[in-house]
Design a protein around this ligand. Sequence first.
Ligand SMILES: NC(=O)c1ccc[n+]([C@@H]2O[C@H](COP(=O)([O-])OP(=O)(O)OC[C@H]3O[C@@H](n4cnc5c(N)ncnc54)[C@H](OP(=O)(O)O)[C@@H]3O)[C@@H](O)[C@H]2O)c1
Length: 263
Amino acid sequence: MTDDLFSLSGRVCMITGASSGLGRRIAICLAEAGAVVVLTGRRQALLKEVEKAIADIGGQAHSYTLDVNNRTAVQQIIDTIEEQVGPIWCLVNNSGVVVMNRPENFSEEQYDDVLDTNLKAPFHLCQVVGRKMIARHDGGRIINMASIGAQTELEGGITYCMSKAALVTMTKCLAVEWARYGIHVNAISPGYIETEMTSQYYGSEQGQKTIAGWPGKRIGKPKDLDGIILLLASSASEFMNGSIVSVDDAQPLGFFGNSRQIS
Ligand SMILES: NC(=O)c1ccc[n+]([C@@H]2O[C@H](COP(=O)([O-])OP(=O)(O)OC[C@H]3O[C@@H](n4cnc5c(N)ncnc54)[C@H](OP(=O)(O)O)[C@@H]3O)[C@@H](O)[C@H]2O)c1
């Protein structure tokens, strides 16, 4: 019974930014639950490594090189995935970037990089996948990767916080709009987790001191999101829609370690 509730057997789940960090682990976790996973990202060699890791545990994975900011490519790849792999049941909008700078110093290029990747691209992906889900009348799941930065002001991370706060609002609005089609749109707000995005600071002496000051005295590991991912991707979340779930080990809000690296 419990296994059935969380099973994703045969379900096609597409993950953006599956080449590293959280996306890589999410792909493996979904594959372990029986999903046919579709890995996307720009770094093809890393995607192939994840594909192999999944094949080695007996899972099914397909990888497609995709820059989420290329609107034409997004439409084409999603058409191709549905033709070659099958109807997408779950989209995990995980890809994201952070650029640290003072508000007065942000260039237009930096601003666009963060807002385009973290907000405009996920919206477009929701549109393209959502239209297909609506046409099929079979529901679906969308999981957006927000952040602790959506709820607070992180020094040096103004564009990141803006993008993630808007992603949260987008999640809630889509849930209201698409509940009528059985499409559930939820978001995860992780605390600090050890990935390429955060490892430089948290691997340093100062970073280790910061971690020692947190209530749980530890930084998260990508695996710490397994439970929430399985919940939100599966039938177990049947009555969850528009939820923003924090997974942060009670880490304090309002601090962004990398702020020491900016002038
Ligand atoms: N780690 C944390 O503490 C933390 C906390 C809260 C939220 N998050 C969020 O979690 C998500 C994953 O971050 P992470 O920590 O796993 O960092 P990461 O290892 O740097 O992963 C970021 C991923 O985004 C992909 N990406 C970036 N720009 C892209 C683009 N234009 N097109 C396609 N893919 C793109 C990258 O893939 P390619 O380079 O191969 O394209 C990469 O796989 C992000 O949205 C981040 O904001 C992370």
